[in-house]
Design a protein around this ligand. Structure first.
Ligand SMILES: [Zn+2]
Length: 463
C-alpha cells in the first residue's frame, strides 16, 4: 500500500492522507489549511486524488483542519461514503455549515469594496449544495469494532481523547492473502482533559503515523492552570468588571465551563453569571451533552451529582445577535465566553471594544494566539489596539493561561507510542512544525532506536 501526504506534512493543518492498495483507495481526513494567506490559498482545491475511483473517506475528528475541504471533494464529483464516529458526524455538520457562513460574511465586505472599485466579485470556495452534499454522505463508524470501509480495508477506531468523537484509526489491509496494519493517531488529547476519556493505546502495527504538534515541549500541569484561573476569577469578581474569554467553540468552550463548574463546586468560587455568547459554541455544547456515552468517569459522576443542574441557572447561552448586544448593558461581575479564539473575528471583538478601556475588565486568554491577530497584540501588552477602525486604550488586565491545550504534550505523545514500540513499527511523524517534529524524532531514535520518517507535502511511503 502507498500512503501519500497531502497535508499536515511540515505544518499542523490541512490533514489529508491518501492510501492506495491494489484493490482500494481511501482518504484519511480532508482538512483545510489555516494560517497565513499562502496557506489559505491552498484551500482552493481538494486533495489531488481521483474522486471517481475513491472508495471512502474516513475522518479522525471534526476540527476544520481535518474536515474543512470535504465540500470541495463533493464538487469534484465524489459520491462515496464519508465515515466518522456518530459524534464526529454531528460536529462535522456544524463545522462545515459554520465555515461557509464565515466565508460568506467575510466575502460580503470584500465584494462590496471590489464592486465599488469596478472589479469582479470573489466567490466562496464552495456553496451550500457542496456543504449539504458532504453532510449527506456521512456514515457512522463505531468505536472498537473492525469495520470494512473498502475492499480489503478494515478500520477500528479507538478513543483519541482530543475532542468529542475523536478517534485513532487502525487500518488493517488484506492484500494477496497477507495482512498489514497502519495506525493513524489523529490528534491526540492531553491526559486528564475533562469531559472526554483519555486516549487509548493500540499495541500492534506495522506502521504508525502520529501527530507531533507539541513534540518539543510539555504543557504546564493542568491543575496549576486551573488554580491560576480560579485565582484570577476571584480577583476579577472583586472589581465587579466583566471577564472576557475569547474561545474556540468546539472543545475549549466546553472545557472552560467544566473547569469553572468544578471551581464552583470544589474551589470555593462563588457562583456568578457566565454567558456563552456564540451560536456555534451553544450548538457544540448541545452536541456534547447529547453524547453521554463518550464521557469520562468524572463527567459521569458530575452529571449524576445533580450539581450541574444548579450551575445551569448561572450559565446563559446568548445565541441571537439581540441577546449578544444586550450583554453591553449587563452589569459585572460576569464572564462572557465568545469567539473567535484569537479575537480576529466574531462577537468577542465587540465585547473587547466595549470593555478593554475599562480598568475593571479582565481578559482571560486560554488558547494559542497566532502571529498578527488581535489576541497576540493583547498578549504582547500593546497599550492601544485597533478594533473596527477605532483606536482603543487597553486598560483591562490581560491574563494568559498556558495549560489548557487539547493536544498531547511531548511526554503524553511518547507514552502513547511506548505501547507500540515492542512490535518495532515504522514511525511517521506528521501534524507538527518542523522544530517540534524534529525534536520528537530525535527522542524516538535515541530512546527506542526507531528512525522516524518526516514526510513533506505530496511525499509517499510504502507499507
Ligand atoms: Zn484537532
Amino acid at each position: 500500500m502507498k500512503i501519500t501526504f497531502y497535508g499536515a506534512a511540515g505544518g499542523v493543518t490541512g490533514t489529508a492522507y491518501y492510501c492506495e492498495s491494489s484493490g482500494a483507495r481511501i482518504l484519511i481526513d480532508c482538512g483545510m489549511f489555516q494560517g497565513g494567506r499562502r496557506d489559505e490559498a491552498r484551500n482552493k482545491k481538494a486533495p489531488p486524488v481521483n474522486y471517481r475511483t475513491l472508495d471512502a473517506i474516513v475522518l479522525t475528528h471534526a476540527h476544520l483542519d481535518h474536515c474543512g475541504r470535504l465540500p470541495l471533494v463533493v464538487r469534484d464529483g465524489y459520491r462515496g461514503p464519508i465515515f466518522g464516529t456518530p459524534a464526529t458526524m454531528d460536529l462535522v455538520a456544524l463545522v462545515l455549515r459554520d465555515s461557509l457562513k464565515v466565508q460568506t460574511s467575510d466575502l460580503e465586505k470584500l465584494n462590496r469594496r471590489l464592486s465599488r472599485n469596478g472589479k469582479s466579485k470573489i466567490k466562496p470556495l464552495f456553496d451550500e449544495a457542496d456543504v449539504e452534499g458532504a453532510i449527506s454522505l456521512m456514515k457512522p463508524l463505531p468505536y472498537h469494532e473492525p469495520f470494512s470501509v473498502a475492499p480489503g480495508m478494515e478500520i477500528t477506531v479507538d478513543e483519541a481523547g482530543h475532542i468529542l468523537g475523536s478517534g485513532t484509526l487502525k487500518l488493517v489491509l488484506t492484500e494477496d492473502g497477507k495482512k498489514k496494519s497502519v495506525i493513524f493517531s489523529g490528534d491526540l488529547g492531553a491526559h486528564g482533559m475533562p469531559i472526554v476519556r483519555d486516549s487509548e493505546n493500540f499495541t500492534e502495527a506495522d506502521m504508525v503515523i502520529m501527530e507531533s504538534t507539541y513534540g518539543d515541549r510539555n504543557h504546564k500541569p493542568l491543575q496549576e492552570t486551573i488554580d491560576e484561573m480560579t485565582g484570577i476569577i476571584k480577583r476579577a469578581l472583586d472589581t465587579k468588571g466583566k471577564i472576557l474569554v475569547p474561545s474556540f467553540a468546539i472543545g475549549r468552550t466546553q472545557d472552560i465551563i467544566y473547569y469553572i463548574e468544578q471551581a464552583f463546586r470544589k474551589g470555593g468560587l462563588p457562583r456568578f453569571p457566565i454567558y456563552i455568547d456564540s451560536p456555534m459554541a451553544v450548538e457544540a455544547s448541545r452536541i456534547y451533552m447529547s453524547h453521554p456515552e463518550l464521557f469520562d468517569d468524572e463527567m459521569i459522576e458530575f452529571r449524576g451529582s445533580g450539581e450541574e443542574q444548579r450551575d445551569r441557572g448561572f450559565i446563559h447561552p446568548t445565541p441571537t445577535a439581540e441577546e449578544s448586544k444586550h450583554l453591553n448593558d449587563v452589569p459585572g461581575p460576569c464572564m462572557i465566553i465568545a469567539g473567535s479564539g484569537m479575537c480576529n473575528a466574531g462577537r468577542i471583538k465587540h465585547h473587547l471594544r466595549h470593555n478593554l478601556w475599562k480598568p475593571e475588565t479582565s481578559v482571560l486568554i486560554v488558547g494559542y494566539q497566532g502571529e498578527g491577530t488581535l489576541g497576540r497584540r493583547l498578549v504582547n501588552g500593546d497599550k492601544f489596539v485597533n478594533i473596527f477602525g477605532e483606536r482603543i486604550a487597553v486598560l483591562a488586565q490581560i491574563y494568559k493561561l498556558g495549560g489548557f491545550s487539547a493536544h498531547a504534550g511531548q511526554s503524553d505523545l511518547l507514552q502513547w507510542l511506548n505501547a507500540l514500540v515492542p512490535c518495532r513499527p515504522k514511525v511517521v511523524l506528521t501534524h507538527g512544525e518542523d522544530k517540534a517534529r524534529a525534536t520528537l524524532a530525535n527522542i524516538i531514535l535515541d530512546r527506542y532506536g526507531l528512525q522516524p520518517f518526516l514526510p513533506q507535502y505530496a511525499e509517499s511511503i510504502i507499507l
